[in-house]
Design a protein around this ligand. Structure first.
Ligand code: ZN
Length: 158
């Protein structure tokens, strides 16, 4: 399968029409197709589009950040987290042995003994609306395919 690098501007809204994120005013986002770099429902649509195309689309929760899962809520000892904790606070944590932060968790509730952390994506379980504009489509370079990400504006700069 040939890989594409697609650059696009986006505005993403929740079902109530509240803007959650947007690339307007900044660089477009660039991604390498076939590498789960963006949500599947959006990638599928973008792959059908050409440079200059604009589209409004809705992505179901299943094809966005997935359903919310109760087993993603875990309790950890209070001592493992900072003193000044607040409900709703977010932390980056490592879920592998690399020591690199890989996952965002949200504090659901806590007492003196334990803290309940929710590792669901903040947008899990939500249907999302996107306004997208494709600014460029090109074949990925062999280096990008090897690295597993797009290079240049909106991608990895290295
Ligand atoms: Zn690279």
């Amino acid at each position: 399968m040939s890989h594409k690098v697609i650059s696009f501007h986006y505005t993403v809204k929740d079902t109530a029409g509240k803007v959650l994120d947007s690339s307007n005013g900044g660089d477009p986002m660039a991604f390498l197709s076939g590498h789960q770099q963006i949500i599947p429902g959006l990638e599928k649509e973008l792959l059908e589009m050409s440079k200059g195309d604009e589209k409004s689309l809705t992505v179901s929760a299943e094809e966005a950040y997935g359903p919310r899962r109760d087993e993603m809520i875990q309790e950890v000892p209070r001592a493992e987290l900072p003193e000044d904790l607040t409900v709703g606070q977010m932390f980056s944590v490592s879920t592998d042995n690399s020591g690199q932060p890989t996952h965002l968790v949200t504090v659901v509730e806590f007492n003196d003994e334990t803290v309940k952390l929710d590792a669901n994506h903040p947008l899990a379980g939500q249907e999302l609306s996107f306004d997208v504009e494709v600014t460029d489509v090109r074949d990925a370079t062999s280096e990008e395919v090897e690295h597993g990400h797009a290079h240049g504006v909106g991608g990895h700069q290295h």
